[in-house]
Each structure stands twice: as structure tokens, then as C-alpha cells.
Design a protein. Structure first.
Length: 465
């Protein structure tokens, strides 16, 4: 039996180089074809995904054959969201250095939970988080951790806020839970993103309990007639409305919240990165005065997916809410990843962020933000030039286009997605159906914008006749 198992392991090891070279070759071929293919997969390619749905094998299949099937069926069935003309969901395609770092860290196969488990992951996480806080102009000493995305980043920060404001009123939420706790007043804008509501539900504060402050025509909270707050309270603000890109006026709102003893959290899934460029930093002026922030690296920073960031000005509060202890875990004086995030086991997300920031530098990140904002304005100008309504002030990388009534707008969006030159998604803005355009990819050019504008205009023209 031992000899048999040894032989199997030796065979796997012997076949690994060829398998990984094949995977690399297939990955490069896929990436090389992104620009030339339709952004959405063809119906036949989606139907062919049924070939991946078979009964679980007993003896298993050859690894090279499995990889070939995965590529032959899976690759054509993907959406080309890493390409230059995908404008849905604020999705940026991964930078080459992010992909390369992801491949390398996959080979490392590290658990970044504790530094003793991976000194490399620990250092990369620490340095990347410091660089992020410096780049965004957040307070020195801000603590943080890498999580799956903005939903969990919001949940991490809001759990920290919950515990901190209750502790200020004599209640240990981490130890005793919320049964019998003083009620926490939650305040948010009327245009708060759905992930904030979901995160509030996850941390026991309720999706539908928040006091909603009125927003202006661009989705920003109007800082007037603000209510007095008593007892434990937290205020949720927004950097980058998901439709318009507009941000709340942080200065007066943060002053009001702190004067009322409230914790201020900022949901900045993509908009927080506006702080990285002198050209857009005024959109988020005053944001450093908040107590916590949530953002994604896999949006505007263009890392691979599954890379959110939770940031808290007081790292002690973050650790108090998130730490885990067990007899087998080492004592530590540093902020270990598993003690500042909801999860214990976690991949080395910081390696990609480190690689991207080391490659781009401060100037490169600013240029990425500026370029995509400029391209969004170009898209908006093209839509206006074609006779269609741009329903928002294009202050960042978001464009909302109104083609008329519900049926026509929905029809134009469906036609655009089917035609394949670009991909734009639907939204509802001020009660009207609209098309949402998010220019977030590092590889989008002016030519891509012009091709996309022409394709959208052609699809819309069809619906005029």
C-alpha cells in the first residue's frame, strides 16, 4: 500500500510541470482573445456548459483532460469582464501584474491567517494596508484587513462600530450579544447601497431599521435639518453612489455625527479611490475624519476578484470585535489577519494589492483614476451627441443614460448586450429605467469608448424605428 501511494504521489509530481504549463498556455490564449470576442458569451456557448454537469466520477479523470474540458467549455461561456469594453457592475479587469501575483500566490498556497503560517503573506498584507491608507489619505495608524469584498468589509466595519458604540454605553456586545442591549440608532442616506443594508442585517442591526436622510438629485445626503442623536449611534455615509458616482458631503456630516457621539462609517467600494488622485480628491474631501471605511481592490484598483478591504481608524476597536482565541493559537502583539477579519483561514490577498501598488505607484493609481473618469465623460459626451439623455453629473467614472420609456430602455440594453461590442447593465434612477455605464478597466482606450458609443447608438436607433 505504501509503495502504491508513493507511486501515485510521484506520478502527480512528475505531471505537474506539464499541467501548469498547459494551464498557462490556455490562460494566455484566453486573455489574448478578450479584445476581439463579443463581451457576452453566445447562447450556444452558454448551452455547452451543460457538458460540465455530469455525475461525480468514481475513479476520477485524468487531470490534463479535466483541464482541457474546463477550458474548452468554461472559457467560451465566460463574460469578457476583463476586456476593455465591459462597463457593468463597476468591474475593472485585472492588471497583468495582479494576475501574475495571483498565479504566484496560488503556487505558494499560503494561509494568511497568522504570520507564523506565512511570514511572506503577513508582511505583504501589512505593507499593502499601509500603502492603501497612505494613498487614500487616511489617518496614520489605521488598522485593517483583507476580506472577500465590500459586503464583508462593510460588515466588518459595522460590527466594529456596533461593539464600540455599545461599549461606550456599558454593554459588551462581543461577549453578550444584542439581546438586552441598548438600541443602536443607525443613520444612512436614502441612496445607501444595498450591501450596507445587507451588512447591517448580518451584524444584527437590521436591514430596515435605519433612519434614512434625504438625498439630492445626485444621491448625496443633504446636510440640513439633521436630527439630534442620543444613545449609541452610527452613521453610514457613501463615497461613490453606484449610479452617479457622487459622494456625500463628508465634512459637515462627520462633524454633525461626532458632535452627537456617533461612529461614522463610509461605504466606499469604488468611490474611496477618488482620494488617490488630486484631480478627484475634492469629491471625497473630509473623508479622513470618519471612523471606518470599506472598499474593494477588485474594482477600481484592478486586482483579481475576492479582494475587499476593511479599514478602521482605531485598530484596537477592530481587534476587539474580530479577534479569535484558542489554546493552540500563538499569542501575538501584532494585528494578525485572523484577529481583524471575520474569517480565520484566508488567501494572501495582500500580495496582489502590494504588487499593483508597487508597480503603479502613487502616480500610476492617480493616472488610472483620472483616465477612467475622462473616458466616462467621453462616453457621456458621445451619448449626448447621439441625442440621448445623460441623467447624472459625470463626476467620476459612472454614467447613467436614459433612452426614454421603460420598454425602449430595456430593449436598447438587451440589444447592446446581444450585439456584443460592449456590455452595459440596467438600473433604475429616480423611478426611470436607465442604462448604467461604469468605466473601471485599466485597458479601456478612447477607441474602445468610441466603438462602444457607436454600437449603443446603433442599437438605440433600431428602437427609434
Amino acid at each position: 500500500m505504501i509503495n502504491h501511494l508513493t507511486g501515485e504521489v510521484e506520478a502527480e509530481l512528475a505531471g505537474r510541470p506539464a499541467l501548469l504549463r498547459d494551464a498557462c498556455s490556455r490562460a494566455l490564449a484566453y486573455l489574448g482573445g478578450l479584445d476581439g470576442r463579443p463581451v457576452a458569451p453566445a447562447a450556444a456557448d452558454v448551452a455547452a456548459l451543460d457538458r460540465l454537469d455530469f455525475a461525480l466520477p468514481g475513479a476520477g479523470q485524468d487531470a490534463a483532460s479535466v483541464l482541457a474540458l474546463l477550458d474548452d467549455c468554461g472559457s467560451p461561456g465566460t463574460v469578457a469582464s476583463g476586456g476593455p469594453r465591459y462597463f457593468g457592475f463597476v468591474t475593472g479587469g485585472a492588471l497583468p501584474v495582479a494576475q501574475a501575483a495571483a498565479w504566484l500566490t496560488a503556487a505558494w498556497d499560503q494561509n494568511a491567517a497568522l504570520s507564523v503560517m506565512s511570514p511572506s503573506a503577513s508582511v505583504l498584507n501589512r505593507v499593502a494596508l499601509r500603502w492603501v491608507t497612505e494613498l487614500l489619505g487616511l489617518p496614520e495608524g489605521t488598522g485593517g484587513g483583507f476580506v472577500t469584498g465590500a459586503t464583508m468589509a462593510n460588515a466588518t466595519c459595522l460590527a466594529t462600530a456596533r461593539d464600540a458604540v455599545l461599549a461606550g454605553h456599558g454593554w459588551d456586545a462581543a461577549g453578550q450579544g444584542l439581546v438586552g442591549a441598548p438600541p443602536v440608532t443607525v443613520v444612512a442616506g436614502a441612496q445607501a447601497h444595498t450591501t450596507v443594508r445587507k451588512a447591517l442585517g448580518l451584524v444584527g442591526l437590521g436591514r430596515d431599521r435605519a433612519l434614512l436622510l434625504p438625498a439630492d438629485g445626485q444621491g448625496r445626503i443633504e446636510p440640513r435639518g439633521l436630527p439630534a442623536l442620543t444613545g449609541p449611534a452610527l452613521v453610514c455615509l457613501q463615497a461613490g453612489n453606484v449610479n452617479t458616482g457622487a459622494s456625500d458631503p463628508f465634512g459637515p456630516l462627520i462633524d454633525w455625527a461626532h458632535d452627537n457621539g456617533a461612529w461614522v462609517h463610509v461605504d466606499g467600494a469604488f468611490g474611496l479611490w477618488a482620494a488617490a488622485s488630486p484631480g478627484t480628491a475634492d469629491q471625497v474631501a473630509g473623508i479622513a475624519g470618519a471612523d471606518s471605511w470599506a472598499t474593494d481592490a477588485h474594482k477600481w484598483l484592478n486586482t483579481t476578484y475576492d479582494c475587499g478591504i476593511a479599514l478602521v481608524a482605531d485598530p484596537r476597536a477592530l481587534r476587539s470585535a474580530m479577534e479569535a482565541s484558542a489554546a493552540y493559537l500563538p499569542e501575538d502583539a501584532t494585528l494578525e489577519p485572523m484577529h481583524v477579519t471575520p474569517q480565520s483561514s484566508q488567501r494572501a490577498r495582500g500580495a496582489e494589492v502590494w504588487a499593483v501598488l508597487a508597480t503603479l505607484g502613487r502616480d500610476g493609481v492617480a493616472a488610472l483614476v483620472d483616465r477612467t473618469c475622462s473616458l466616462a465623460r467621453r462616453f457621456a459626451d458621445g451619448m449626448r451627441g447621439a441625442g440621448y439623455t445623460v441623467a447624472n453629473d459625470v463626476v467620476l467614472n459612472q454614467v447613467v443614460v436614459d433612452f426614454g420609456d421603460q420598454a425602449r430602455t430595456s430593449g436598447v440594453i438587451a440589444a447592446v448586450q446581444e450585439e456584443g461590442t460592449c456590455w452595459c447593465g440596467p438600473t433604475v434612477w429616480h423611478g426611470r429605467a436607465a442604462m448604467r455605464v461604469s468605466v473601471s478597466g485599466w485597458n479601456t482606450t478612447e477607441q474602445d469608448i468610441d466603438r462602444s458609443v457607436a454600437a449603443v447608438a446603433a442599437c438605440a436607433s433600431h428602437w427609434q424605428t
